[in-house]
Ligand binder design. Structure first.
Ligand SMILES: [Zn+2]
Ligand SMILES: [Zn+2]
Length: 163
């Protein structure tokens, strides 16, 4: 395989794999042992002690430091495929920030709301993730892959009916 093609495949594969990693970390770490940090993202809050920062942002810092460390370590070699893995992870982080923190949570002022199509579904699916403020019982842990809203609502309803 030509090197440029291999690099592109590595970059795209890392980007796509990050959706799975983000899902698993969100499902099993953030809503599990790491709830202490993530809770700040599920509770309603105004500008707090640190302005608009949340304790939950530490997860983004960890991912960012990991990606930068990978790029830095890889670029010390002559040719390092891991460099493109690091770039793929960073790009996912950037897209996640724009979609999650800007489009859904409006941490940067934005007036536009998607009215149809994929972006509307993405916003609705994540709003449904925030329908619960508790560690247990949430739906839709992934992000860029948004399941159909109808299915998520049905899941939420069936959970509420459980004792
Ligand atoms: Zn959550
Ligand atoms: Zn959120």
């Amino acid at each position: 395989m030509p090197r440029a093609l291999l690099n592109a495949v590595l970059l795209i594969a890392s980007f796509l794999a990050m959706e799975g990693v983000a899902w698993a970390v969100h499902r099993y770490v953030m809503h599990g042992i790491g709830w202490g940090w993530h809770r700040s993202h599920h509770e309603p809050h105004g500008p707090g002690r640190w302005g608009w920062l949340e304790l939950n942002d530490l997860y983004a810092v960890l991912f960012g430091v990991g990606a930068v460390a990978l790029i830095w370590a890889a670029s010390r070699d002559g040719y390092a495929p891991l460099y493109f893995v690091g770039v793929g992870i960073s790009l996912y982080g950037l897209v996640y920030f724009i979609a999650h923190d800007v489009l859904v949570h409006r941490r940067v002022p934005l007036k536009w709301t998607p009215k149809r199509g994929y972006l509307k579904r993405l916003v609705q699916a994540h709003r449904l993730h925030h329908a619960t403020q508790a560690r247990e019982g949430a739906v839709s842990f992934g992000f860029l892959y948004a399941p159909p809203v109808r299915r998520l609502k049905a899941q939420l309803q069936s959970r509420e009916q459980q004792p």
